[in-house]
Design a protein around this ligand. Structure first.
Ligand SMILES: Nc1ncnc2c1ncn2[C@@H]1O[C@H](COP(=O)(O)OP(=O)(O)OP(=O)(O)O)[C@@H](O)[C@H]1O
Length: 671
């Protein structure tokens, strides 16, 4: 086929939905830059772009010459279309790479960076293709992580032990991983604390802050600059609240021996990563970078699984080399919406430990811990990053049926998951499978046996506004209104529909419409037009000017106005205990939020969580998605699926994001 025919074929595939238009357009762009190139370049570029759209940071080339459909992962018609043209492409990886190397659009080997749009990486019998930007981000993250892992300081072990014994007074039967996490974070410039829900990641982070304060010379304590951050506003507010609560409880435990109050005051509000780095409108650049680093000594970042590669690169670049970065997150949760699976990549050794004898000795001296023999690794098999990574293994609030189900899903044990679901202990768990989408609306309106209510308590709170008598002062009216708004927002957190997909009757859009109509039929809502009292919305774009972040959830409610005046609708957001509102006309980028994606629910928990699985979920319907959905449930969990067996199918499929971060880390210094 000629170049024009190849490009036309790629456009056809985009029209069929097997590629995105953007993917075919990238191929067209490269054909303009290098009209003489082999079709390998255009096909690879289109597939690479498609992979990026699915969250991968690179395209593994090894399967391409023989099993291209593994990459396109499309329906039968797509496989047939590929089979028709593939014989015209090289049949071996070396020939494929050779064709790419011939193009000036592809940087390879030790070639200097002259702005080539693609980068080819070859190692042994494998090869990967990158978009330049992701290659640079990956290299920059690997370099920064390695440098931070190498910057180990040697604290006074006896002093650390003294404080750790006070901070963790309870003797546990096995190793106290929380204690180890504190000890490890104290000696490094980077540490990763991972663990499932309720394993005490923030509890540990609060103790780490106390340990840092206690081991800082007294004269320097007042100058210790600590910041808290998370990828979303909601997660940031939750982190701040948990850290404050934990530090206050710790102060009571420690008495006068260590003054934590000044630290609590100094920490300030937790911010989104965008706000911390100083996001600038209409650009992907930030105010803070290597030339203008953040002014802080300790940064704790929660929900790190949501951080994508580009953001991690920007964060590491903006951190001064002397600052300590502590990443908290659940490595088994869904990876970020945008490309990369950074926390998963950083935590690859977390289960196994792979601690060196040096780390074992340090754990014994500084934390009084004997690490299990099977978690130790000989010198060259003990990567530097593993020494700075600790996995917390005991959940304090997640031991019931929801925890058991989450655990079974996480390890891919379908029989066990089924058994737990069938047991329906105290009706905490229920599965409705092979049902029509309308059943989801029933759940939203009434709840279910064992977990009644659905959105009813929120609607009741909405209807329950009793105006104060006209004699009430302005301050009294405002306070009374704020109590009501908080009650409505609090009640809304009691129930949530989480979807795997956005489109279709089982997706976010379809269910939001259906639920709003079902609630309207009960007379509890009057959704006339776009905005109505009680409309829950999710912000879909950061807007620093309005102070709202992507993922924030608020509810449209009337403002507090004097009796007799008409009150305009405002969207109310709760940040910790603090209420904020924005006029509805100023919020351009929002969507209704009765149903939301599992992705967007990360960092939130709801009393009753409903996970909705469609008939066809494609590649998105994987194990991490189900695990993340289940672990959002505080008291009740309901699975609703269009087809029986979807759960098992999803569990069989752990999502593997193509990424070279581990390889790049190993290439840096064995990190
Ligand atoms: N060692 C401990 N001793 C007593 N209580 C603990 C301990 N560790 C954690 N907890 C308690 O367990 C609960 C969960 O802890 P925490 O919120 O820190 O977990 P987490 O891993 O940050 O959870 P998530 O990220 O899922 O919200 C909290 O109430 C906390 O006080």
């Amino acid at each position: 086929m000629t170049a024009a025919e190849w490009l036309a074929r790629l456009r056809l595939w985009a029209e069929a939905g097997w590629l995105r238009r953007l993917d075919a357009a990238l191929a067209g762009f490269l054909a303009e830059l290098d009209p003489e190139a082999s079709p390998v370049l255009w096909v690879s570029a289109a597939l690479l772009s498609r992979m990026e759209g699915h969250g991968h940071t690179c395209l593994p080339l090894s399967p391409l010459p023989t099993v291209p459909n593994e990459v396109l992962n499309g329906p039968t018609a797509a496989a047939e279309a590929l089979a028709e043209v593939w014989p015209q492409l090289p049949a071996t990886l070396p020939a494929w790479c050779e064709a790419l190397r011939r193009s000036p659009c592809v940087r390879h080997g030790l070639q200097p960076d002259t702005g080539q749009p693609l980068v080819l990486v070859e190692e042994g019998a494998s090869a990967w293709l990158y978009l330049r930007r992701y290659w640079l981000h990956e290299q920059s993250v690997a370099r920064a992580v390695s440098q931070r892992c190498a910057a180990i300081t040697e604290p006074d072990r006896a002093g650390v032990r003294h404080w750790l014994d006070r901070l963790f007074p309870d003797a546990l039967p096995g190793p106290d991983w929380q204690k180890l996490a504190c000890a490890v974070a104290l000696r490094g410039r980077l540490s990763v604390i991972t663990g499932g829900p309720g394993t005490g990641k923030t509890y540990t982070a609060a103790r780490l802050l106390a340990l840092l304060l206690a081991t800082t010379p007294e004269a320097a304590r007042a100058g210790l600059r600590v910041a808290l951050a998370a990828p979303t506003g909601k997660a940031a507010a939750r982190l701040k609240q948990s850290i404050d609560t934990a530090l206050q409880a710790l102060q009571n435990q420690l008495g006068d021996t260590l003054a934590l109050a000044p630290l609590i005051q100094r920490i300030g509000a937790a911010r989104t990563l965008h706000a911390l780095l100083g996001a600038r409108p209409d650009t992907r650049r930030f105010t803070h970078n290597a030339r203008q680093p953040l002014e802080l000594d300790v940064l704790i970042v929660d929900e790190a699984s949501m951080i994508h590669l580009e953001m991690m690169s920007a964060l590491l670049e903006a951190l001064p080399p002397t600052a300590r970065l502590v990443l908290l997150g659940d490595k088994d949760q869904l990876a970020s919406v945008e490309a990369g699976a950074v926390l998963g990549d950083l935590c690859r050794d977390a289960d196994a430990g792979r601690y060196s004898t040096d780390t074992a000795r340090y754990a014994e001296d500084a934390a009084g811990l004997r690490l299990p023999d099977d978690m130790l690794a000989p010198g060259d098999l003990a990567p530097a990053l593993a020494q700075q990574t600790v996995m917390l293994r005991t959940s304090r609030r997640f031991s019931g049926p929801i925890g058991q189900l989450a655990q079974a899903v996480n390890v891919g044990d379908a029989d066990r998951a089924r058994q737990v679901l069938r047991a329906r202990e105290d009706q905490v768990l229920t599965a409705w499978e092979g049902v029509p989408a309308a059943r989801v609306c029933d759940l939203a309106v009434h709840g279910r046996p064992g977990a009644p209510g659905g959105y009813r308590p929120y609607l009741d709170a909405l209807a329950d506004f009793q105006p104060l008598p006209s004699s009430a002062s302005e301050a009294e009216r405002q306070a009374h209104h704020a109590v009501w708004v908080k009650r409505v927002l609090g009640a809304f957190e009691g129930f949530r529909l989480l979807c795997a997909v956005r489109e279709g009757e089982w997706g976010v859009g379809g269910l939001n419409r259906a639920v709003a109509q079902a609630l309207e039929r009960t007379g509890a809502l009057s959704p006339r037009g776009e905005w109505y009292a009680g409309r829950p919305v999710m912000v879909t774009r950061n807007d620093p000017a309005l102070g709202v972040s992507n993922g924030d959830i608020g509810i449209a409610l009337p403002a507090c106005v004097p009796a007799g005046e008409t009150s305009a609708l405002r969207v109310w957001f709760l940040e910790g205990e603090h209420l904020r509102s924005v006029g509805v006309s100023r919020l351009a980028h929002v969507e209704t939020a009765f149903a939301m994606t599992v992705h967007k629910s990360q960092g939130s928990e709801f009393e009753h969580t409903v996970l909705v699985l469609p008939e066809q979920g494609g590649a998105v319907l994987g194990r991490e998605l189900v695990y993340t959905g289940i672990t959002r449930a505080k008291r009740f969990f309901t699975l609703v699926s269009a087809r029986a067996g979807t759960l098992e199918q999803a569990m069989e499929r752990p999502t593997r994001r193509a990424s070279g971060l581990r390889r790049s880390l190993a290439g840096q210094s064995g990190a």
